[in-house]
Design a protein. Structure first.
Length: 269
């Protein structure tokens, strides 16, 4: 089990920003999760994350960050990136490799563009440069359900949109349980984060990203669409890998995902 596990909160805004840290490496890796963070933060998750992401723990001190706990109405992806930079400053992280997944990848785009010297290498997984028609339709429906208090529909539709049929056959029997477990007291934080996704557009900023970048996508992505090539083409010198049989959940389903990312991050220049 990786050592030096820590659950912490950066004093940022009302309620602060939760993070989980682990690993013994001498380099920093910042991991930014997706929209599910609007339903549950990373508070108290250092131990399970240290197991899930154990491949990184020898080379890195890994930090998994939530967005701030109390999000004001109208908070944008750019605002989240500014928050993330302030949180890194507060923890003394002057430079880090960054892995952003889904909405976390949207945040990572703005972060790397705003402060290029703070990012060594960048991985953008199953994410988009802008809120295209697929994002508008899918996230827009989740917003409608959240406003109606229909948490179960969000959980079920998220799974159906993310995973392959082979993966889903094992987990569909658990939908009724999942629809009751983990329901937050309020869906307001999720609504604000979802609204930020709907307003996302980093296309004008991508030219400012200077670090080596890997874009990873799924050809059958039903949440952001098969748009990884578009994103990679907008970032100078970036690499692209697309899982042909997987969708938005490729970062969980693909057994080689963490190994592929680690190889890119630690590759000799």
């Amino acid at each position: 089990m990786p050592e030096r596990m820590k659950n912490g909160t950066v004093p940022l805004g009302d309620g602060g920003m939760d993070y989980a840290a682990f690993g013994t490496g001498d380099r920093a890796l910042v991991m930014l999760p997706g929209l599910g963070d609007g339903l549950r933060t990373v508070k108290g998750m250092a131990a399970p994350f240290s197991w899930l992401y154990r491949e990184y723990a020898g080379a890195y001190r890994v930090y998994v960050f939530s967005r701030r706990n109390e999000l004001p109405e109208g908070f944008t992806i750019r605002d989240m990136a500014d928050d993330q930079l302030r949180a890194m400053d507060a923890l003394g992280i002057s430079r880090a490799d960054v892995l952003g997944v889904s909405q976390g990848g949207m945040v990572a785009q703005h972060l790397a563009a705003a402060r290029p010297e703070a990012v060594g290498r960048l991985v953008l997984a199953v994410t988009a440069a802008w809120s295209n028609d697929t994002v508008q339709a899918v996230v827009g429906q989740w917003v409608a359900w959240a406003r109606a208090g229909d948490y179960q529909s969000i959980v079920v539709d998220t799974a159906e949109k993310m995973y392959s049929e082979r993966y889903l056959r094992r987990y569909r029997p658990f939908y009724p349980i999942l629809g009751r477990m983990g329901k937050p007291r309020s869906l307001s934080r999720f609504l604000i984060q979802a609204g930020a996704c709907l307003g996302h557009d980093a296309r004008g900023e991508l030219g400012n990203i200077r670090c080596p970048t890997l874009v990873v996508g799924g050809a059958r992505d039903r949440v952001v669409g098969d748009i990884s090539a578009e994103l990679a083409g907008s970032i100078s010198g970036s690499e692209l890998y697309v899982y042909p049989e997987l969708g938005h959940g490729a970062y969980e389903e693909a057994k080689d995902f963490n190994g592929r990312v680690l190889e890119f991050l630690t590759r000799e220049k």
